[in-house]
Write a protein that binds this ligand. Structure first.
Ligand code: CA
Length: 719
C-alpha cells in the first residue's frame, strides 16, 4: 500500500506544469489533507472493500469498445451528461463505464497497455470537470460519491496509480452530503462514502466517525425513521419499508460490519444482536423461497424484479463471518434464496405481529400468509418519484400468500390495482391513481394483532375512499379464517373483497365444476354451503357462500403505467382472480372465507370439512373464531362486549383483540393486545357459564414503545 507523505501543493503545480498541456486538460487539483501514518488495519479493511466491490474480469470486447468510444477529453458520446432525471440518471453510465475500465486495468492491465490507463485518467478528469448533477439529491450526495470512492479504491490495486492531485480533487468532490442531517438508510449511505474517503486518506478521525455513523442507525426507535422496537423498519415517515429502505439499511450495515469484523472497529455485541435479529427474524422471514412478500417493498413494488431475492446469497455469507453463532440460519436462507433447497427448507412455524409497523407475519413450513395494515400511527405505501402510481389500496389489509414464493413475481403490470389480495375496495372501471405523494397517513386507530408467537389474530378497521368495514384474520396452521363485517359505501361503484389475484398455474376447480375455459369473469360457485375453489395447491373455503366471482383470463398491462421509469411494452399473462362482489352501496354487508394454503390436490380439497372451525361472531362489534382442534379462541372486540364460547363467557370493558388458549384446562391463558394503542388497561371477565363462577382479570396494557404488543394472563380454576 502506498504511503502518502508528500507535499500536495508542490506536486500538484509540478504535475500540471510538467505533464499536462494547460488548456486541453480540465483544471482540477484540490488538496486533501492526510495523516502521515497509515495503520495496517486500514490495509486489511481496504482490501476487503476491494474484494467486495470489484466486479468479475470484464470481457475484453467490452473494454475495447469503451476504449474505442472514449473521446480524447475522457467523454463518452453515448452518455448524456446534461441529463437530470430523478430515477434513472443517465450520467451514472459514465461511472459504470469507468468501473469496467478500472476492473479491467487492475485484473489484466498489462494486456491493454497504456491506452487503458490513459482512458481511466481522462475519464476521471472529465467527470471532475463536468461534475454532472441530477435533480435527485440521492445521485449527487450518495450515488456518485460512493462510485467515486469505490473506483479510487480500485485504482489503489492497480500497477500504476492515478496522479495524486487528480485523486485529491476527486476526494474533494466526494465531500457531498451531510451525514449528520440524514437518518436511516440515507445516513448509512452517506457515511459509506465518508468511510471510503477515510480509507483512501488514512484519516483515523474520519474513519471512526464514518463507522460510528454507519452503525448509528442500529438502534431502536419509536415511530421515528429506522429500526423499531417491534423490529419492523420504517422510513419516509412512519411507513413500512422492511425491504426497500430496510434493505438499503441492511446492505450498508452488513457491508460495514463485514469490512471491520475482527478488528478494533467491529460491531459491539448489543448492536450485533439488533442487526442479526432484524435480518433473521424480520427481513428473511418476509421472503418465501427466493421471493419477497410484495408488502415489504414500499414503492419498489412497481419496479421490475423487485421481489426477486436470489441476490441474498451474496450477502448472507458475510453474515456467517459477522455472526457465526447463527450460521445455520444464514446457510438455510442462502440455500432457499438461491433455489438450491425448496422454499420450505428449514422453515419453522413462526408468527409475529409488528405492532408499530402494522404488519403481521404468519409462517408455516408449507406457506407464508402476511397481512399489511395501516393506522393513524403509520402511513400507507407511498407513491413518489413517479413510482407506484396505482398502489393506493396496498395497505388496507393486503394479504400475501406464498407457497413456491413466485406467485406474485412481476405480476404487477397486469394486476387490477383495486383488487389487491385481501383488500375490500370500490371496483373502478379504470384503476384509480394515488393522489397523495410519499405516503398518506392512515385514517383509523384500530389496526393490530394479538400473538403468542405461534398463533395470531389481526384486525383492521377500514375507513378509506368512502368504504368502511371491519376486517380480521385468524391465523392457524392448516387454515386462515378471514372475516369482514359492517361493509358500507355510499359510492356508485360496486364494492369487492379480493381473496387472491396471482399468476394462474394449472386448472381451477370449484365445488361446482372444473373451470376450464378462459373467461373474463363469471360467478364462481352457485352453491351456498361448503363451497370451495381450488387453485395451485391452495384451497378457498366459503362457509356461508356469498356472491363469489372468479376469473382465470389473460390480463395485460405494462410497467410504465405503474412506474414511469419503466417501459410501456405491453405484457400479458393468465391470472387467477377470486373475489366477493358486495354490490353497489352495500349497507352492513359481510364476508367470510377460509384459506387452506396447502391442499395438494382436488381429492384432498373435496374431503375437507370445516368442522374444527367455528365462526362465533362476524359483525360490526365483534369478530370471533374458535379452532376446536387446536384449542384456540380468537376474539376481536371492536368495542366493549361479550362472547360466549366453549362453556365460558368472555367480556371486556374496552376494545381489544384477545386470544384464549386451553380454556377450561389448568394452563388456560388469555392473550390481549390493544390495537388502538390508546388504553392503559383492560378488564376481562371470564365466567363459567355452567357454574356461574367468574374471575375478573385486570390486565395492564403495555405503554410507550410496547403499546399494541401482546400481554398474557392466566385464568385457570374457574369451575
Ligand atoms: Ca377494477
Amino acid at each position: 500500500m502506498m504511503h502518502i507523505k508528500i507535499l500536495k501543493t508542490v506536486i500538484f503545480i509540478c504535475w500540471v506544469c510538467c505533464l499536462q498541456p494547460a488548456f486541453s486538460r480540465p483544471l482540477y487539483g484540490g488538496i486533501y489533507e492526510r495523516t502521515a501514518e497509515r495503520l495496517p488495519v486500514f490495509d486489511t479493511i481496504m482490501n476487503r472493500v476491494w474484494q467486495q466491490t470489484k466486479t468479475g474480469v470484464p470481457r475484453s470486447t467490452t473494454v475495447y469498445n469503451l476504449l474505442r468510444s472514449i473521446q480524447p477529453n475522457g467523454k463518452w458520446n453515448d452518455v448524456d451528461y446534461t441529463d437530470r432525471t430523478i430515477a434513472k440518471w443517465k450520467p451514472a453510465a459514465h461511472l459504470e463505464h469507468l468501473r469496467v475500465l478500472v476492473n479491467a486495468y487492475v485484473a489484466e492491465g498489462a494486456m491493454y497497455g497504456d491506452s487503458l490507463y490513459n482512458a481511466i485518467q481522462h475519464a476521471f478528469e472529465y467527470w471532475y470537470s463536468v461534475d454532472p448533477k441530477s435533480a435527485n439529491w440521492w445521485h449527487n450526495e450518495i450515488g456518485a460519491p460512493q462510485d467515486l470512492g469505490e473506483l479510487l479504491i480500485g485504482m489503489r490495486y492497480a500497477k500504476k496509480q492515478i496522479p495524486q492531485s487528480l485523486e485529491d480533487s476527486l476526494l474533494q468532490r466526494m465531500k457531498r452530503g451531510d451525514v449528520f442531517k440524514q437518518t436511516g438508510a440515507n445516513k448509512t449511505d452517506v457515511a459509506l462514502h465518508y468511510f471510503y474517503r477515510a480509507l483512501l486518506t488514512s484519516d483515523t478521525a474520519l474513519f471512526s466517525l464514518a463507522v460510528s455513523q454507519i452503525f448509528e442507525p442500529l438502534t431502536l426507535v419509536h415511530y421515528k425513521e429506522g429500526l423499531q422496537y417491534d423490529y419492523s423498519y420504517l422510513q419516509h415517515g412512519p411507513q413500512l419499508q422492511i425491504s426497500s429502505y430496510g434493505n438499503v439499511f441492511l446492505t450498508g450495515i452488513v457491508g460495514m460490519a463485514y469490512y471491520v469484523h475482527g478488528t478494533i472497529y467491529a460491531l459491539d455485541e448489543q448492536k450485533l444482536a439488533l442487526l442479526s435479529g432484524y435480518y433473521r427474524n424480520t427481513y428473511l422471514k418476509a421472503i418465501r423461497g427466493a421471493w419477497s412478500d410484495f408488502n415489504i417493498e414500499g414503492r419498489g413494488i412497481s419496479r421490475k424484479n423487485a421481489l426477486d431475492k436470489h441476490g441474498e446469497e451474496k450477502r448472507l455469507p458475510l453474515m456467517n463471518q459477522i455472526d457465526p453463532l447463527h450460521s445455520e440460519d444464514w446457510n438455510a436462507a442462502a440455500q432457499r434464496t438461491s433455489g438450491v433447497k425448496s422454499a420450505s427448507f428449514d422453515v419453522p412455524a413462526f408468527d409475529r405481529h409488528f405492532w408499530i409497523g402494522d404488519y403481521t407475519l404468519h409462517l408455516r413450513p408449507q406457506y407464508s400468509f402476511n397481512v399489511r395494515m395501516v393506522s393513524t400511527r403509520t402511513k400507507r405505501c407511498e407513491a413518489g418519484n413517479l413510482e407506484n402510481l396505482l398502489g393506493r389500496y396496498l395497505s388496507d389489509g393486503s394479504t400475501n400468500l406464498q407457497r413456491s414464493g413466485s406467485e406474485y413475481y412481476n405480476i404487477m403490470p397486469v394486476w387490477e390495482w383495486d383488487k389487491i389480495p385481501g383488500v375490500t375496495s370500490r371496483d373502478y372501471v379504470n384503476d384509480r391513481p394515488t393522489t397523495v405523494q410519499w405516503g398518506e397517513q392512515g385514517s383509523t386507530a384500530f389496526a393490530g394483532g394479538v400473538s403468542d408467537g405461534v398463533y395470531t389474530a389481526s384486525a383492521y378497521v377500514q375507513h378509506y375512499d368512502s368504504v368502511q368495514l371491519k376486517k380480521s384474520w385468524f391465523l392457524f396452521d392448516r387454515e386462515i379464517v378471514c372475516l369482514g363485517a359492517g361493509i358500507r359505501s355510499e359510492a356508485d361503484e360496486q364494492v369487492t373483497t379480493t381473496i387472491n389475484q396471482c399468476w394462474l398455474r394449472g386448472d381451477v376447480f370449484t365445488s361446482d365444476k372444473k373451470q376450464k375455459t378462459l373467461k373474463k369473469e363469471q360467478v364462481a360457485i352457485s352453491s351456498k354451503e361448503a363451497a370451495w375453489v381450488w387453485h395451485d395447491s391452495i384451497g378457498y373455503y366459503f362457509p356461508q357462500g356469498g356472491d363469489m366471482r372468479i376469473s382465470n383470463a389473460v390480463q395485460s398491462g405494462n410497467w410504465n403505467k405503474i412506474n414511469n421509469s419503466f417501459s410501456d411494452e405491453l405484457l400479458s399473462g393468465k391470472v387467477f382472480k377470486l373475489w366477493f362482489n358486495h354490490g353497489a352501496k352495500p349497507q352492513n354487508a359481510s364476508y367470510s372465507y377460509i384459506v387452506l394454503p396447502a391442499v395438494n390436490n382436488v381429492a384432498e380439497m373435496k374431503k375437507y370439512d370445516a368442522k374444527q372451525i367455528h365462526v362465533i361472531a362476524n359483525n360490526d362489534s365483534v369478530q370471533a373464531v374458535q379452532h376446536e382442534g387446536l384449542g384456540v379462541i380468537q376474539i376481536v372486540f371492536y368495542k366493549a362486549g361479550k362472547v360466549d364460547v366453549s362453556g365460558f363467557s368472555f367480556s371486556v370493558d374496552k376494545s381489544c383483540i384477545a386470544m384464549i388458549r386451553n380454556a377450561g384446562e389448568s394452563n388456560a391463558t388469555i392473550y390481549v393486545a390493544d390495537p388502538t394503542q390508546l388504553e392503559d388497561a383492560v378488564n376481562i371477565t371470564v365466567r363459567n357459564i355452567k357454574t356461574g363462577k367468574q374471575k375478573i382479570l385486570h390486565v395492564d396494557l403495555p405503554i410507550k414503545e410496547m403499546a399494541g404488543s401482546t400481554v398474557s394472563a392466566a385464568f385457570n380454576n374457574i369451575n
